[in-house]
Unconditional design. Sequence first.
Length: 82
Amino acid sequence: MKKCYFCRGEIQEQSVDVIRKRKGQVFIMEDVPALVCQRCGERYYTAEVARTMDEKIAEGINKTKRVISVPILSFDVDYAAS
């Protein structure tokens, strides 16, 4: 069984959602095959999966499955310090 590089936890195959940002545009890819650490949550992708994600992002908005609206929050450093 494979172990996580960071915490030595067990990793298992799972389908995950991946969020990526490119040129100011956010993309969410669903059902991406990954190896996921069951302890710390670190994700590992095969070279083929990583390449496919890059290609899909490069294709961009012309091939989207659907469009959603997402609220954007700003991290306020002054608020976090209080």
